[in-house]
Every structure is written in structure tokens, then in C-alpha cells.
Design a protein around this ligand. Sequence first.
Ligand SMILES: [Zn+2]
Ligand SMILES: [Zn+2]
Length: 141
Amino acid sequence: MLQCTAVTQAPPGDVPDAPAAVDGGPDSPPDAVTPNHLPFLLCELGEHDDAFPEHAAYLRSAGPSSAPALWFFWTGAGLQRVNRVDTVPWCPAVLRHLGTGVVQRCAFFDRHPPPHSWSVTDPLGDLIAERLLSGDGPDTS
Ligand SMILES: [Zn+2]
Ligand SMILES: [Zn+2]
């Protein structure tokens, strides 16, 4: 299943502990901007319909990795947007790869719309990864 394409702006006031402003001025060290503090949030769920109208973006953990994490939920866009920040437990589902024995935890919150995170593909992310691997690598010939 493809990833939901919803994007929304994260107003600093709605995100606890987020920096007041990321102005990108010359004095700002580049590593001050982390993915969790970008002004735009992408819905991380698989495409979902009206049965699950809320989009969701992971903000940050609220403790140890297994502890509930902060998520940003929203519906609608622009002035019609309704949003909330909530602390929710992780989805308990795990995927065990037969053969390797590697266990992958679902990266979504509990009771998210189906499917689990390992069934969601992000074409844009895959495209970027492909270009990084194939196009701009060092020329070894
Ligand atoms: Zn969504
Ligand atoms: Zn899940």
C-alpha cells in the first residue's frame, strides 16, 4: 500500500518543546534542524479513507523507545484544519522475518488504520534512495 500523501504545517505553538522558530539564519547551526522539528509534517500512515479521517505524524518519543510517543493528528487542511497532539502507545504488532529471525516492530501508534508500517511504501523516499545509490556515487571506473 502506498503512503498517505497528506502534508501539513506544524505551528510551533501546537508542538510542546518545539523550537519557537527555525529561521534558518546564517547563525543557525545546520544540525539544529532535525526531522522532528521541520515545519512540515507528513502523514506516515498508509492511504486511509473516511473511516479513518485523521492523518498522523510522529513527533518524538516521550521516554524510552517502548514508552508512548507524541504524535500529531490532524484532519482537513488550511483554515479547516483540526489538529491535536497526543501521547499514544505503540502498535503492539511485530513482524518476524522467517529465516533471518529479525523482528520488526510496527512504527505506528496503537489502533492505527491498517496496514502496519512494514506494508506501507513511500515511492518518493524510495526514489530518493535509488538516486543516492545509483546516480551520484563516486566514480570508480
Ligand atoms: Zn493520512
Ligand atoms: Zn501496526
